[in-house]
Design a protein around this ligand. Structure first.
Ligand code: ITT
Length: 225
């Protein structure tokens, strides 16, 4: 049994298609650190989720990046969906000539152990420690506050290794269409259809999460447990 720590049942539904092992959802809203890259957010999240669950966990951190908006909303996708809504993200983007975008996702696995070398990266928390030290020394008050959050989330065990699996899918932002999926799916078009116009199998075959989960599933089937 593998525990997927997420507040989003749509993610679990998609993951079930990939893994031979049964998956249970643990609905825990782990603290998300503020960082520009999803891998850092996912690695912190996986450690926090593992501490909470006390058993092997995966978390998934995903985001939509819109090229003409400098990669917005990126790591802030959840906040933007909540506060602005996808209709207003479409309104912002439709003024642009270039509406290209991408979904990016990182699946992060943590079971408290170290991992054998494979092509996928392992986050051991070193980057966080050096960044926190640097922030403490020569950066401003906002960044020091952020470093404090880093340290709290790391909880003194920032060195617990986390295995990371990344996936990206390019697409275009369009006016909302379709009833399936979740989140930004109705405004994300790939090859003529939005993700909300696809069923789960079709979306998985091309999506960022599908790509990350496929790599994770292959690796997970071969590790010693
Ligand atoms: P957890 O963090 O609890 O797992 P969440 O839904 O908040 O759930 P993220 O922070 O990873 O998940 O998601 C960031 C945002 O991106 C959020 O608004 C999601 O709805 C959206 N999102 C993630 N994957 C998506 C997908 O496959 N299709 C559409 N929107 C997606």
């Amino acid at each position: 049994m593998l525990t997927f720590v997420t507040t989003n049942p749509g993610k679990v539904h998609e993951a079930e298609e990939y893994l031979d092992d049964p998956i249970q959802q643990l609905d825990f809203d782990y603290p998300e650190v503020q960082a520009d890259d999803l891998a850092t957010v996912a690695a912190h999240g996986a450690r926090a989720a593992y501490r909470h669950a006390g058993e092997p966990v995966i978390v998934d951190d995903s985001g939509l990046t819109i090229d003409a908006l400098g990669g917005f909303p990126g790591p802030y996708s959840s906040y933007v969906e909540d506060r602005l809504g996808i209709e207003r993200v479409w309104e912002l983007t439709k003024q642009e000539d270039d509406r290209s975008a991408a979904f990016r996702g990182v699946v992060a696995y943590c079971d408290g152990e170290d991992f054998a070398a494979t092509p996928e990266p392992v986050d051991r928390g070193e980057a966080d420690e050096s960044r926190s030290e640097r922030r403490g020394q020569d950066l401003g008050a906002d960044e020091r506050a952020s470093a404090t959050i880093d340290a709290q989330v790391a909880g003194g065990d920032g060195t617990i290794p986390v295995k990371l699996f990344e996936g990206v899918v390019p697409g275009e932002i369009v006016a909302p269409r379709g009833d399936g999926g979740f989140g930004f799916d109705p405004i994300f078009e790939y090859d003529g259809r939005t993700f909300a116009e696809m069923d789960t199998d079709e979306k998985n075959a091309i999506s960022h999460r599908g790509r990350a989960l496929a790599k994770f599933a292959e690796w997970f089937a071969n590790i010693e447990r």
